[in-house]
Design a protein around this ligand. Structure first.
Ligand SMILES: NC(=O)C1=CN([C@@H]2O[C@H](COP(=O)(O)OP(=O)(O)OC[C@H]3O[C@@H](n4cnc5c(N)ncnc54)[C@H](OP(=O)(O)O)[C@@H]3O)[C@@H](O)[C@H]2O)C=CC1
Ligand SMILES: Nc1nc(=O)c2c([nH]1)NC[C@@H]1CN(c3ccc(C(=O)N[C@@H](CCC(=O)O)C(=O)O)cc3)C=[N+]21
Length: 283
């Protein structure tokens, strides 16, 4: 059984990124990233803190724009438009989920697709479907990098993605399809999910259900990617996969923590640096 060690791979990628940031700074380009956060979701606060720490360690400047939970769409869109026009800002990210009264797609659509380091603007998502290069949503991007680093075969593989969110399930299904996997995109209405999972060479679990996937649904030797970030009844951080149970049967598995999460962060940093590098051409 192989542990797909996202933490170590992310560290390795960070070393290269540091050099790229230093090279930019020598050319008087300071990579700068804006994060917009609305409300005070405790999980979002933790993700934000991690991002700011990681960015600063790399030498990326971060500007955080905080809004109360009752913020209006107009206020957020005005803030985004100002950041779109600010030439010193290379990348913009909206921390999700947004407060419930807001239509997240309306807000996301205001982000300049050329500053969309999180790859969630509909234009960038559309580019995945047409197979054009573009900015990718970071979690799917990180999963693809991890699969590639461990040379997991995808051509003709039966992949089952569980969860159909816009930032994880749907785009990872499209990216796997582009790499010639045969993809089933499953969700809470899927019939005989256990039967489908038992046929899978690759499972991506993105349900948000703590320790939901058990070995009975996993084919011996399958590759299991756990996207989940959940608290169990004891308040511990657990994935969507019952790790000990599934690890004993899988061929490869991502741990939580230390799997998909660190890859998500490092891909965000990678896309911010790439956007700052792109600004050279326009300077
Ligand atoms: N590590 C990382 O970098 C990231 C981790 N996450 C984590 O990943 C998880 C998923 O988040 P996200 O992608 O936003 O998804 P959402 O929470 O938006 O949606 C969950 C999806 O899972 C499906 N689902 C829920 N329960 C079941 C079930 N019992 N059987 C089958 N399908 C089910 C839902 O189906 P339906 O559509 O029918 O309701 C839905 O499509 C969360 O734990 C989140 O915290 C998210 C982003 C990044
Ligand atoms: N627009 C948007 N894009 C996102 O990519 C996005 C988002 N909103 N909202 C929330 C989710 C969640 N997410 C995580 C990123 C890193 C870790 C991470 O680094 N996890 C560590 C553990 C962290 C800990 O110990 O608390 C690990 O898995 O090793 C987790 C979760 C990105 N998300």
């Amino acid at each position: 059984m192989t542990i797909l060690d996202g933490k170590t791979l992310a560290k390795k990628m960070t070393t290269t990124l540091k050099q790229r940031v230093a090279a930019l700074q020598q050319q008087q380009i300071q990579p700068k990233f804006a994060v917009i956060i609305a409300g005070t979701d405790p999980a979002s606060e933790i993700y934000l803190r991690n991002k700011v720490r990681r960015a600063e360690r790399l030498g990326i400047e971060v500007a955080v724009f905080r809004f109360p939970a009752n913020v209006t769409a107009t206020t957020l869109i005005q803030q985004i438009q100002q950041l779109n026009q600010d030439a010193a800002i290379h990348a913009i990210m909206l921390e999700m989920p947004l407060p419930k009264q807001l239509d997240s797609q309306t807000i996301i659509a205001a982000i300049d697709p050329a500053k969309d380091a999180d790859g969630i603007h509909p234009l960038n998502l559309g580019r995945i479907l047409t197979g054009q290069p573009g900015l990718l949503p970071n979690t799917p991007y990180g999963i693809m990098q991890l699969l590639q680093a461990y040379q997991i075969p995808l051509v003709g593989a039966n992949a089952v993605v569980v969860g159909r969110s816009t930032i994880v399930g749907k785009p990872i299904a499209a990216l796997l399809t582009n790499q010639h996997a045969t993809v089933t995109l499953a969700h809470s209405r899927t019939k005989d999910l256990t039967g489908l999972l038992q046929q899978a060479d690759l499972i991506v679990a993105a349900t948000g259900q703590p320790e939901w996937l058990h070995a009975n649904a996993v084919k011996a030797g399958a590759v299991v990617i756990d996207v989940g970030m959940n608290q169990n009844a004891a308040g511990q951080l657990v994935g969507d996969v019952a790790y000990d149970d599934v690890a004993a049967k899988a061929g490869a598995i991502t741990p939580v923590p230390g799997g998909v999460g660190p890859m998500t962060n490092v891909m965000l940093m990678t896309q911010i640096v790439a956007l700052a590098e792109g600004s050279q051409a326009n300077a």
